[in-house]
Design a protein around this ligand. Structure first.
Ligand code: ATP
Ligand code: FE2
Length: 378
């Protein structure tokens, strides 16, 4: 079976063609905001401007491998959750490709796809998944409701913003470019001490917005406790002469940072990671204990972070559970995860007519009837 999939819920427009074993062809165009975070309309304009060439390039790569378009059995797309304007562009493109190829549409849940690609590309079989990305943060596991049919139950989730978006928001306030997550990871490596930040787990859910705000505040307070301190610092600093004029801005903007500010930034980044990841790991551990499962799968863009991997690995080792992480290119948003989940769904008969193919910005993973598991396990 061969399925084409298109992803474009947010920043990454990516299409791929896969079979049961692997990715056959792929093509990607990434939207990078000029300033600030992701603007939904700008991202959608980016996707609209590039979706034609992405599909052309995909077909070319597919044909170069000796296949022809008629070998494709279905066209999958990310139906949601995601940014409405972006989803609509991807949905329209998928409908056109489906009509052109005369092959059925498959509407894929983006969160479920992050999990399925992990199951495909690791040896995990029945894990607790920690899915941490920009807009989403959830702890999920498959639960069978009747023979062969079940759902990914959400055991815990963020009750405000996703872990990745909270990192990005904090990083922006520190004058760093988008996406901030990888930069926070980089700066955290030079930390000297832990700064107390709010740890907010309630029941099985977590919150990240307050953490982001507190980290921003800590950065400001510690880099610029008061004007006198700054003056003192400048007198002893190497470039005191040049810096005199920038006093007022110091610590707030990304002007030249003194050695002290670098250390404060590193400390806050480090403390942010320790706090946020400990929250995510705690809920994952409790889901393990609750379900009696013995595998953990990490999914989503934040999963690229080596510190969260280390913490999960440690927790799994302590509990005698196995820990799985797919290759990095399958962690952030990618077309292959949509194509592969589409393939599973297509084989289970889970297709859509054009009339049923409207996108759903608030599509939850636990709304998806998962009927492809038995076939997958054979
Ligand atoms: P979703 O729609 O699933 O929420 P998304 O569109 O936000 O996904 P992903 O690619 O899954 O996209 O995740 C992107 C997020 O991952 C961004 O917030 C980014 O800062 C974060 N991220 C990427 N690399 C790292 C890293 N090394 N450390 C921490 N965060 C990271
Ligand atoms: Fe994602």
């Amino acid at each position: 079976t061969i399925v084409l999939g298109i992803e474009g819920t947010a920043w990454n427009l990516s299409a791929a063609i896969v079979n049961e074993d692997d990715v056959i062809a792929e093509s990607t165009r990434t939207y990078k905001p000029a300033a600030g975070g992701i603007h939904p309309r700008e991202a959608a304009q980016h996707h609209a401007a590039h979706v034609g060439e992405v599909i052309d390039e995909l077909f070319r790569a597919f044909e170069e491998k000796g296949y022809s378009k008629s070998d494709i059995d279905a066209v999958a797309f990310s139906k949601g959750p995601g940014l409405g304007p972006c989803l609509r562009i991807v949905g329209t493109a998928a409908r056109m490709v489906s009509l052109m190829l005369e092959k059925p549409l498959v509407g894929v849940n983006h969160c479920v796809a992050h999990i399925e690609v992990g199951l495909w590309k690791t040896d995990a079989t029945d894990p607790i998944t920690l899915y941490v990305s920009g807009a989403n943060s959830q702890v999920l596991a498959y639960e069978e409701n009747e023979p062969g049919i079940g759902a990914y139950r959400v055991f815990g989730e963020t009750l405000d913003i996703g872990l990745g978006n909270s990192l990005d928001k904090f990083a922006r306030s520190a004058g760093l470019p988008h996406p901030g997550g990888p930069l926070v990871e980089k700066y955290a490596k030079n930390a000297a001490e832990y700064i107390e930040l709010p740890y907010t787990v309630k029941g099985m859910d977590f919150f990240f917005s307050g953490l982001s705000t507190a980290a921003t505040r800590a950065l400001k307070e510690k880099s610029n406790p008061n004007k006198n301190n700054i003056d003192e610092k400048n007198e002893t600093g190497e470039k005191s002469g040049e810096k005199g004029e920038k006093n007022g801005e110091k610590g707030e903007k990304n002007g030249e940072k003194g050695e002290n500010d670098e250390t404060v930034l590193a400390n806050v980044c480090y403390s942010y990671q320790e706090t946020a990841f400990a929250m995510a790991v705690e809920v994952t551990e409790r889901a393990l204990a609750h379900t009696g499962k013995n595998e953990v799968l990490l999914a989503g863009g934040v999963g690229a972070n080596s510190r969260i991997r280390e913490m999960l690995e440690q927790m799994c080792a302590d509990r005698g559970a196995k820990f799985f992480v797919p290759e990095k290119k399958f962690m952030g948003d990618n077309g292959a995860m949509i194509a592969y989940t589409g393939l599973l769904m297509f084989k289970a008969g889970d297709t859509l007519s054009v009339e049923e193919s409207q996108v759903d910005a608030g599509f939850r993973p636990d709304e998806v009837k998962v009927s492809w598991k038995p076939e997958k396990q054979i």
